[in-house]
Design a protein around this ligand. Sequence first.
Ligand code: FAD
Ligand code: UDP
Length: 382
Amino acid sequence: MYDVVVVGAGFAGSVLARKAAEANRKVLVIEKRAHIGGNAYDEYQQDGILIHKYGPHIFHTNERKVWDFISRFTEWYLYEHKVLAAIEGTRVPIPFNFNTLYELFPSTMANRIESLLLETFEFGSKIPILQLKRTSDKELKNLAEYIYRYVFLGYTVKQWGCKPEELDENVTARIPIHLSRDNRYFQDQYQGLPQSGYTKMFEKMLDHKNIHIMLNTPLHDVIQINHETKQAYLLDSITLNCLIYTGKIDEFFNYKFGSLPYRSLDFTFETLPMEHYQELGQVNYPNNDDFTRITEYKYLTGQNNNNVTTISKEYPVAHKDGFNTPYYPIPKQANSELLERYSKEALQYKSVHFIGRLAEYKYYNMDTVVSKALNLSETLFK
Ligand code: FAD
Ligand code: UDP
């Protein structure tokens, strides 16, 4: 009946479904939510503003192959993300760069620090905060302590429930100190948002005669996993030769080794009777308030509406199964060890392919997921 069954209609599942369909496979996509698109799903508010239901999503990549593939299903609004952080009563560009330095410190001091940084590192370098903190130079160490204290500490404690040094270093290294005057949040070659939104883009990607989609369908409604034989079945009896699984890896194994922890978010959306609420798309609040950031969607999507605007605030919380969404895998040593046990187990299920942020328990951006899905499709659907 079906050659391929895909669990989850986010980026991982949808890219693989499309590639399989184009390789002449009959594909069934099952998705437990009432919509496709995974966490990149967007929808129009009552007042007509396009919002990202599961938080702000900006597409950025250096991989031409990824950009070209996604571009088959959408035109782009060529948006370059810029972020401010509220620090000591002012709003300064993030990632911390030379512009931030000059806005926060008196110019003679900023001048001295800039020279010192450029004696130590090359112009254009990106230095993770935890690396800069280890410097032996006293003045650079003071700078690092300041940035750590005002940019990273409060934000990270809110977002992750722990300090930066308790996480893998690559978490805070995502937003390194950038020795340049470039205020953009990302420097990738290709950046933008789908011109008509992510959901429309997913609709086009999944619109293929070989793809059948079932929404509101959790895995166990139609698929049985026999953990003895390590084989998956559709509707009790049909052996599945190719199951693409993009849900949580620990859930697939009924949490037999324990739960992999996640951070979740509570979002509040507010629509306000004004053209703009803030000066650009995202403002971070590392030091005050319980939320981490405020996003104003009109900046991201390029939507013109002079009368109203919609913002969201993100309040990080622990993830509880069945209560909220597992948004962020938590990259730290103990969790990698638990993941390793599940990953080893997963290798024994020869016809099941685990891919994506939940199935690999990796803090992936969208482009990495697309890239991995394209690579997997090349081996699976020759
Ligand atoms: P998902 O999008 O989570 O899709 C998995 C799908 O599987 C979901 O639809 C889920 O409902 C379904 N599913 C799970 N279990 C089952 C089951 N048992 N049965 C049936 N269906 C199931 N990335 C960027 O590149 N840029 C950004 O700006 C960006 N911003 C982000 C902001 C936030 C707040 C978050 C949380 C993430 C952000 N990301 C961003 C990351 C991005 O969301 C992910 O990289 C991407 O969505 C991962 O795709 P995926 O298919 O692996 O997972
Ligand atoms: N971060 C921070 N302060 C900031 C921005 C980021 O401390 O102003 C840290 C924080 O730990 C955050 C991580 O860097 O979780 C990654 O930030 P990013 O903006 O990439 O987070 P995402 O968009 O994935 O939520």
